[in-house]
Ligand binder design. Structure first.
Ligand SMILES: [Zn+2]
Ligand SMILES: [Zn+2]
Length: 125
């Protein structure tokens, strides 16, 4: 990914940008997906179409997703809202079987609150 503050390339798993020193994922001046400079206030990158909104939850804000995850996470509602349909289905099935979907949702909830949640439309867990 790219630093959203200065546009420099940063490695996956790296916590801070070595160029400008801000936490990876913070800032909104550059696209994290392609490094293109984005217009202030824009919702998506005009070059690659990726969402550039702060928090990385598309059109939803962090607290909305966190609350929905907490109360409805076992049914995968927050996953469906973020376009993670496979994850949502896994949570419903896991909840129906052993209630495990709620444990997965609780892990998501903690990740969302600590800014460690990554939206992955192809992920299953
Ligand atoms: Zn930077
Ligand atoms: Zn882009």
């Amino acid at each position: 990914m790219f630093c959203k503050n200065c546009g420099q390339m940063i490695n996956d798993g790296q916590q801070v940008c070595l160029n400008c020193g801000v936490k990876a994922g913070s800032g909104s001046a550059f696209c994290a997906n392609c490094g293109n400079q984005v217009t202030p206030g824009a919702d998506v990158c005009t070059k690659c179409g990726a969402s550039v909104k702060a928090g990385g939850f598309g059109k939803y804000d962090k607290m909305t997703i966190a609350l929905i995850c907490f109360f409805l996470g076992g049914l995968g509602i927050h996953n469906f809202m973020l376009g993670e349909n496979k994850k949502g289905i896994v949570r419903i099935v896991a909840s129906l079987c052993f209630g495990l979907g709620y444990i997965l949702a609780l892990i998501d909830f903690v990740k969302i609150l600590t800014d460690n949640y990554t939206v992955d439309p192809n992920g299953i867990i």
